[in-house]
Design a protein around this ligand. Structure first.
Ligand code: CP3
Length: 356
């Protein structure tokens, strides 16, 4: 954990102020997958692009999609529009996104498969992504922070090993239990390339980064420490070596009380939590020394109405303002009514008003 009391000047960006241990001018809010299919203007550009990957690799369209949610809602951050699976693609894995089937990759399951990955030049192939960053950066309002991201090595490895989404990530978990040399090599290669990928995003203009470990829930304690936390820590340190001032947010989904271990083992500046984490525990155990991000249930944002009002108030009343970034506990769902997102932002702003 970085030194929390590194009080510098307020930046005017609520997101960065919270991440740097400064009091923000309001409680920052952004939403995982805030650009996406729930927005009609996204669906329109996505159709014009032809495919999700074409959209990701078009700096003009991807920058527009990144900015779309900010045109509608009074959010405090933009997140780069891209995907965690672009890195394995740059490493040489075939990647396709089939409609309603999720991603498909050519599987990596032995030393030969790992040896075939082309680390040399991989991060350079993602130049269109850095061009997107630069375009967004030039257009962002002054109070809005800009977040880049990568997948955590464990989560990216699960997709590479399984060849896409799978219900139980069985082959990846078996490789972790076996401690196969090819598996260790794969994680190592992902650590190194993820650092370079994030540093290139930072050089192009992102101001904070988030590491997504969606499938951290899969591993027991000792393996989670080795294959989730250690790689996240190494990436965070690599980022800090490159740019000391860029904060890192760790999001390891589904790990409950092990969030405490995550913040102890990793040099991250904030921890994203899912909605099953009890708020009082998060306030007492995590916020004592860390910034917490989350943790509204994305389904509650679909439900709207009183359920939304109640859940958001519980969060704003329990989690201290100076150390909280309002967000969901996982990505926004495609069936979310955009009006509910506007309502969510309003409720958070009202809570700010009540505080003053
Ligand atoms: O948050 C954002 O708005 C930034 C963009 C972003 C996307 N994916 C766009 C996307 C980010 C940060 C991601 C991360 C990501 N991608 C993760 C980690 C976070 C998580 O959600 O758990 C994972 C596991 C992936 C891999 C991935 N990408 C899957 C499994 C899928 C298919 C499932 C789905 O939602 O369709 C994607 C596709 C994807 N990534 C879409 C978007 C907007 C939908 C593509 C479409 O328009 O059809």
């Amino acid at each position: 954990m970085s030194d929390f009391f590194d009080h510098g000047q307020s930046s005017g960006k609520a997101l960065l102020d919270v991440l740097n241990g400064n009091t923000p001018w309001r409680r920052p809010i952004w939403l995982m997958r805030q650009a996406g299919r729930y927005l009609p203007e996204y669906r329109e550009l996505r159709a014009a692009a032809g495919s999700f990957l074409d959209l990701c690799y078009s700096p003009d369209m991807a920058s527009e999609v990144t900015l779309q949610p900010l045109r509608r809602f009074d959010l405090d951050a933009a997140i780069l529009f891209a995907d965690i699976l672009l890195l394995p693609q740059a490493l040489g894995c075939d990647l396709t996104f089939k409609e309603n089937e999720g991603p498909k990759l050519s599987p990596v399951r032995c030393m030969d498969d790992v040896s075939r990955l082309c680390v040399e030049g991989a991060v350079g192939k993602l130049q269109p992504i850095y061009d997107t960053v630069a375009k967004v950066s030039a257009q962002l309002p002054g109070h809005v922070g800009f977040i880049g991201f990568c997948g955590a090595p464990w989560t990216v490895a699960t997709y590479m090993i399984e060849g896409g989404t799978s219900s139980d990530r069985m082959n990846a978990r078996l490789a972790a239990y076996a401690g196969d040399v090819w598996f260790d090599d794969l994680i190592e290669l992902l650590v190194q390339t993820s650092i370079d990928y994030l540093c290139a995003q930072i050089d192009a203009g992102v101001e904070a980064v988030q590491i997504f470990d969606t499938w951290a829930i899969d591993l027991p304690d000792h393996l989670r420490s080795k294959y989730c936390f250690e790689p996240i820590d190494r990436i965070a340190r690599g980022v800090k070596r490159h740019s000391q001032k860029v904060p890192v947010i760790g999001f390891a989904r589904g790990i409950g009380a092990a969030h405490l271990q995550l913040v102890q083992q990793c040099r991250i500046d904030a921890v994203g939590i899912e909605w099953s984490v009890p708020l009082a525990w998060a306030a007492n155990e995590l916020q004592a020394e860390n910034v917490v991000q989350g943790n509204l249930d994305p389904l509650c944002l679909v439900a709207g109405g009183d359920a939304l009002e109640h859940a958001v108030r519980q969060i704003t009343e329990t989690l201290r303002y100076e150390r909280h970034i309002m967000n969901l506990g996982h990505g926004i769902r495609p069936d979310t009514p955009p009006d509910n997102v506007a309502r969510l932002v309003n409720i958070v702003r009202q809570a700010d008003g009540a505080r003053l």
